[in-house]
Design a protein around this ligand. Structure first.
Ligand SMILES: [Cu+2]
Length: 277
């Protein structure tokens, strides 16, 4: 509401100054501009492709849907779309920037926003784009088909950690930041839990830094299909700054549930590991 009032206020101000007054485009007009852009490229080139900013390689995608939500960042409007990678079947979320030039809407930029639900960037304060730090989780045991990704975003409230895991056994699995940035020796090279204050083990979200290790993230619950997700904003943790920085350490998924018992939650072997770098 605040935003709408601001926009109306600005429009009235411009009108009073004698500047041309254009209406804000409707959300549906923005969504239709994106659909038309995708359909136009499919018609012209036989397929919709986007260059993956990470690899520089083009990816052939199949359009699924445009999201309801539209926003504005800087001079552009944006909305996201679900797309399926034709080769890998991976679900991507693409972000389309739409320019409104005197009432004519045009797509001016397209980027991959999320891979399988893990964001590459997000929109922070004032709708400014914030880069997301992502890592891969790899199996720590031989013969395992486990895989996963994790993303870290520094926010005002704390460090947001999101993770997706596939190919794990159903149930709860301990999930921690471990001290060292290494995954060798079946994950044991990662050392103990990240614990700069020398505290006893606990649940960081519940117990705080005074009664838990800084790396005690808790558990990821894996469903019957072997998939699980994790999403928490942890106050006090950072990427690099201060003594609670997680960069240069590792993220570990354990064989069993962290029951928060001493000394390390009884979570068993390390089944997946990712160096946070
Ligand atoms: Cu652990």
């Amino acid at each position: 509401m605040k935003k709408i009032c601001f926009v109306m206020g600005a429009a009235l101000f411009l009108a009073a100054q004698g500047a041309p007054l254009y209406a804000e485009p409707s959300a549906e007009a923005l969504r239709q501009t994106i659909r038309d852009h995708v359909a136009g490229q499919e018609k012209a080139r036989g397929a919709f492709t986007v260059v993956d900013g990470r690899t520089g390689e083009p990816r052939r995608l199949q359009f699924v849907r445009v999201h309801e939500r539209v926003g504005k960042t800087g001079d552009y409007y944006y909305s996201c779309t679900d797309m399926k990678d034709v080769k890998t079947n991976e679900m991507l979320d693409l972000d389309f920037d739409v320019e409104d030039r005197n009432g004519t809407l045009n797509v001016v930029d397209v980027r991959i926003h999320k891979d399988d639900g893990i964001p590459r960037y997000t929109y922070g304060v004032d709708d400014k784009r914030v880069q997301v730090f992502t890592i891969d989780l790899r199996p720590a045991q031989e013969g395992s088909s486990l895989s996963g990704k994790a993303a870290f975003i520094e926010m005002e409230e704390g460090l947001r950690i999101s993770a997706v895991v596939t190919g794990a056994s159903p149930g709860k699995h301990g999930f921690h930041v471990h001290e060292k940035g290494a995954c060798g020796d079946s994950g044991n090279a990662a050392g103990g839990h990240f614990n700069p204050d020398g505290m006893s083990h606990g649940d960081l979200m519940k117990d705080g830094f005074g009664q838990a290790h800084a790396g005690d993230l808790g558990n990821i619950e894996i469903g019957p299909d072997g998939k699980g997700t994790f999403e928490k904003i942890i106050p006090g943790l950072t990427l690099k700054e201060g003594k609670y920085g997680v960069v240069g350490r590792s993220l570990i998924l354990h064989e069993r549930e962290d029951d928060f018992s001493q000394p390390t939650g009884n979570a068993g072997a390390r089944i997946a590991c990712g160096v946070i770098e």
